[in-house]
Design a protein around this ligand. Sequence first.
Ligand SMILES: Cc1cn([C@H]2C[C@H](O)[C@@H](COP(=O)(O)OP(=O)(O)OP(=O)(O)O)O2)c(=O)[nH]c1=O
Length: 191
Amino acid sequence: MNHELILASQSPRRKQLLTDAGYSFTVDAPDDSVERGMCSNCSPEELVVESAFLKAAAIAKRHEAGLILAADTVAVCGSETLGKPVDRDHAEKMLRMMSGKRHRVLTGVCMRIAGTSQIKTWLEQTTLVMSDLEDEQLQGFLDSDQWIGKAGAFGYQDGLDWVRIVEGLASTVVGLPVEKLPEWIREVEAS
Ligand SMILES: Cc1cn([C@H]2C[C@H](O)[C@@H](COP(=O)(O)OP(=O)(O)OP(=O)(O)O)O2)c(=O)[nH]c1=O
């Protein structure tokens, strides 16, 4: 990598994934307002890519150089796109919707080199299946507050035994497909 890496995210999970993969980087996170006012009638695939693009753009403005990395994650169940729950009731609604079903988690990623027009976006997808959640199990999980700040109201990294991956990378579910980064960094640096 020829540039200093800047993670444009407030997500502790993205920071952890990047650290565990051995990258050195600084963090400059966009505020939540970047995600508001997004296209309301676009597909979830378009939404995560557009959101990652906007997050990277907001941070690129503040830097003269460096490789900016931004991402956005949602869960998709049937025709519903599930972002971060706003409260416990919202989290419960999401989990009841996914209970006993397959769903997908999409992560859009944007990398851009500040001070240049070099920019790329990518989309990754992982399919999961959730067991039928018993009422008691669901209430216990909601009481634990582990759903807070997580798209679809669950954290795959929390070792839950009622959700498993059918196809795709676990890192995509947790918010950043780090296994793809070496290839993607080469692509954006060559663009
Ligand atoms: C599905 C799932 C999501 N998540 C998290 C990853 C993201 O932090 C969050 C999705 O919200 P995002 O809006 O993608 O990210 P964020 O608001 O946390 O951070 P930023 O916009 O600054 O980058 O859900 C998990 O941690 N585990 C999971 O299993």
